[in-house]
Write a protein that binds this ligand. Structure first.
Ligand code: ANZ
Length: 849
């Protein structure tokens, strides 16, 4: 097919772009409205591959589109260049992280230039530059001041392979998000960010993203935050001072509690067994060791047999004084709610399984054979005014007895065996018992969240040093502002191999500092920050990535942000997106920005697969980015990927036709080369049907791009190129003004996908560069009218009017037009239409009798 040399065109236009820098965002003097388009920034852990090709192709489609639509577009690129992947890769190669990372970044930059991405190259950032991470340290200290950064000693997720702690969000199904190793628990003192303080806002503000973010991501964030609504209930424990609190979503079932369970790994369990007899203590110790080897997933799994140990102690039910035996069991987690539960086996499956395993009593307190649908309770009273227990001795309950069937009654019903709650629906019973507990001082309405605080310390080298000092007398104080950035020590002489403690601890000289208050010797914090701290605010740094005076300018942030289109993989659905939302809200509370959500709209592209699995170096199924820039070339790769299917679907690289894309681009190029008319021709004199195809594309493409239906836009471009070819090869031929018009529009729209080819066509057509900056042509409404037909309107069998309507009109629209037609209204003269028969598009027949 040949004809054009993809690589030569690519080189030519990249040189021109590098020279003129046409895609730099406009400054304050630019009066166009702004759009901030951002692709999730890459890790420089290795070379780019086709997954990146897909992501950054879509980013460029959106950025170029808004430029054509008359916006001042900010489309920057940076590198998430700290972190485990770079550090591990460097260790494997016997290299040091810095050199390895920056060499990769250089390779990436070259590749992105070759890809024709329309970045503002004046705004590069790398998170591993001291100029950047200095502001992570600033952020850390601001959070510390606001009591949002704190240290605590608690069981943490530990990756035995990477030898570092992980945040909850980095544990996927019990495994390390990075390396896949099974995560274990370890008790450590670590730094946390108090994201739980923002749980309600993080949840509630998802509502405003509805329709702008993929619903799957919104759902995943909701589940991750996991708000449960219920009550905290306080229990006394025999022989112990003070009360113990449990969280329950079903306080209405309090009368059905028959035992009490504490997490074996909770402080409470440890306290309760001291003083128990030695037999219990021994059994508890054995059990605790067993539980500590289990993952949270195993502990919560419903199909494992229930295990536990009786602690020989009793809790007292605050509503009826009953003694509830206290057990330690693994299905209760130490770090959810309060690490203890009131067990209601009749109405909770986990409790029922446990009760059946250990022969504990089961008491039904909700009669689920008497469902209540309305909100208003039906309370039957006896003649003393006492509520009648509606199901107390109902024989039908036997067949529903959970102790017999093994199935907990979790449905709606009416309260029984529950004193003052009897007869109430679940909802009313919850309200009533919560009031009663509050009045008695033994409970209150409460919420519980699945979300945990964000553990941000890491025992690795390649990250931001935590800007805190540990004094000899045990205080922890911030590194003084004028000593920031606290830069990483020289890697020479440091052992980076993961060994469970931070390599920085081995930088003896670096570790030594002084207490800023007393001048006494003190030590630095040897840990580094989770790199998700770096990415939680990077989108604000692009306004002035080299500014040494502040993290970002509030004024610039309020002008550009939030990001209008954020584009990246769904693997960040929780991690990065949740952290960025959190930090944005903190910065809002600090008065630094005027918005509370970082990304107004989110596009998640699917994955590029090879042989059915995700491309990765370790699987050896990588199609390399760099070599594909030479053959088949950037335009072909971009077009083939965008045409491969809907953005959000996975793409099989085997199904991506680069030859098809190459053929299509050749045809487009030949159309432009064949044009013989001058730029001044009068388009209106051109072939009408070709002009219709051109203008329909102009009218439809913006909506299609906004709905991310990029593949449809390419299909429509193909249709236009074919229609143009037909006119060239017949009738008026290449001189027809409609051919020139079509070729020009093809170049402008093709710029979204194949920008080098588009520039080349634009030049062939006799214009100055750059087509990438050409305003979108307006569609001519006259050319959008579809083929029309004449429709007849009859009233009581007589033709009263004729209408000119689109050939594809539907019955309802046609009837509507007929009813409002002036001639029809005149003929009706106030008479009512009693029947209408519509045969679109030809006939409408009204009867008035
Ligand atoms: C009594 C009860 C009766 C409960 C009933 C449920 C049904 P979600 O929805 O996940 O928030 N629970 C509380 N803390 C726990 C912990 N640390 N580990 C394991 N389970 C715990 O679940 C809240 C329910 O999970 C709470 O409500 C409690 O059991 C249990 F018919 O209390 B419920």
């Amino acid at each position: 097919d040949g004809g054009f040399d993809a690589y030569a065109i690519q080189q030519k236009w990249q040189a021109r772009w590098a020279e003129s820098d046409p895609f730099r965002a406009g400054d304050d003097s630019d009066t166009r409205p702004r759009k901030y388009v951002l692709g999730m920034f890459p890790y420089p852990s290795g070379d780019l591959h086709m997954g990146h090709a897909e992501n950054y192709a879509y980013v460029d489609v959106v950025a170029r589109f808004w430029r054509h639509r008359g916006y001042n577009v900010l489309n920057p690129i940076g590198w998430d260049s700290f972190g485990l992947p770079a550090e591990n890769a460097a260790i494997q190669r016997g290299a040091e992280p810095r050199g390895w990372t920056y060499a990769n970044i250089e390779q990436h930059k070259k590749s992105f230039r070759q890809y024709g991405s329309s970045y503002d190259w004046s705004r590069i950032l790398h998170t591993s530059d001291p100029e950047y991470y200095r502001w992570n340290q600033w952020l850390f200290q601001r959070l510390y001041e606001r009591d949002l950064a704190y240290r605590k000693d608690s069981p943490v997720n530990w990756c035995p392979n990477d030898q570092t702690v992980l945040a909850n969000e980095q544990v996927v199904d019990g495994h390390c998000e990075r390396c896949g190793a099974e995560v274990i628990k370890k008790k450590l003192t670590q730094w946390y960010f108090k994201i739980t303080q923002y749980a309600d806002r993080l949840l509630d503000d998802l509502n405003q993203l509805e329709g702008f973010w993929p619903s799957k991501v919104i759902r995943m964030q909701r589940n991750w935050i996991g708000r449960s609504v219920g009550a905290d209930i306080e229990f006394e424990i025999e022989g112990r001072e003070g009360r113990v609190t449990v969280f329950s979503t079903r306080p209405d079932t309090l009368h059905g509690a028959t035992f009490f369970v504490v997490a074996p790994d909770s402080d409470l369990a440890a306290e309760l067994v001291t003083g128990a007899d030695s037999d219990i203590r021994m059994r508890f110790q054995d059990y605790l060791e067993q539980v500590q080897r289990e993952t949270d997933i195993e502990r919560q799994s419903t199909d494992r047999p229930k295990t536990g140990v009786f602690l020989g102690r009793y809790a007292i039910n605050p509503v009826n004084g009953e003694r509830l035996p206290i057990w330690a069991a693994d299905y209760v987690l130490a770090d959810y709610g309060h690490g203890a539960v009131m067990a209601v086996p009749a109405h909770d499956q986990r409790d029922l399984d446990f009760a059946r395993a250990f022969d504990l009593p089961v008491r039904v307190v909700v009669d689920t054979t008497a469902p209540i649908t309305g909100a208003i309770p039906v309370i039957e009273l006896d003649d003393q005014g006492v509520p009648i227990d509606p199901g107390a001795d109902d024989a039908s309950l036997d067949s529903l007895n959970p102790a017999v069937t093994g199935i907990a009654l979790t449905g709606e019903g009416r309260m029984i065996n529950s004193g003052s709650l009897n007869g109430l629906s679940k909802r009313n019973a919850i309200a009533r018992i919560t009031d009663e507990l509050l009045a008695a001082g033994t409970g209150r309405a409460a919420k519980s969240y699945r979300l945990r605080d964000w553990l941000i310390s890491r025992q690795r080298f390649w990250g931001t040093p935590i800007p805190m000092i540990h004094t000899e007398d045990g205080r922890i104080v911030p590194v003084p502002e004028d000593q920031l950035p606290l830069t990483l020590p020289d890697v020479q002489g440091l052992d980076l191999t993961p060994k469970g403690t931070s390599p920085l601890g081995g930088a003896t000289e670096w570790m030594q500092t002084v207490d800023p208050e007393t001048g006494e010797p003190a030590l630095r914090d040897p840990d580094t920050m989770d790199t998700f701290v770096d990415s939680s605010w990077y989108f604000l740094r692009f306004f002035a990535p080299n500014d040494p005076t502040e993290a970002f300018s509030s004024r610039e942030a309020n002008k550009w942000a939030p990001v209008d289109s954020y584009i990246g993989g769904v693997e960040h659905a929780i991690l990065h997106l949740l952290y960025a939302r959190f930090i944005t809200k903190v910065l809002f509370d600090m008065g630094l920005i005027e918005f509370t959500e970082p990304f107004s709209s989110l596009i998640n592209q699917g994955m590029v697969l090879l042989g059915g699995s995700k491309m990765s170096k370790s699987k050896g199924n990588l199609v390399e980015f760099a070599s594909s820039m030479v053959d088949p070339g950037a335009d072909v790769v971009r077009t083939a990927i965008a045409f491969a299917g809907p953005v959000e679907d996975d793409i099989n690289w085997e199904d991506v036709s680069t030859t098809g894309a190459h053929k299509f681009l050749s045809r487009a190029w030949r159309v432009a080369s064949d044009v013989t008319s001058a730029p001044e021709v009068v388009w209106a004199e051109g072939d009408q049907s070709l002009r219709r195809v051109t203008h329909r594309l102009l009218a439809d493409a913006p909506g299609l791009v906004e709905q991310t239906k990029f593949n449809v836009v390419i299909a429509r471009l193909m249709e236009l190129v074919n229609a143009t070819r037909k006119v060239i090869d017949s009738g008026a031929g290449p001189a027809d003004p409609a051919v020139r018009e079509a070729a020009e529009v093809t170049a402008m729209v093709l710029d979204l996908f194949a920008p080098h080819m588009a520039e080349e066509m634009w030049e062939i057509l006799g214009y100055e560069p750059f087509v990438g900056l050409v305003p979108w042509r307006q569609a001519d409404p006259m050319l959008l009218v579809e083929d029309s037909v004449t429709s007849v309107v009859q009233i009581d069998g007589k033709v009263r009017s004729t209408l000119t309507v689109p050939a594809r009109i539907d019955a309802a629209a046609l009837e509507e037009l007929a009813r409002n037609d002036e001639k029809v209204l005149r003929s009706l003269d106030g008479k009512e239409i009693v029947r209408a028969i519509v045969r679109a598009p030809k006939v409408v027949s009204f009867s008035t009798r």
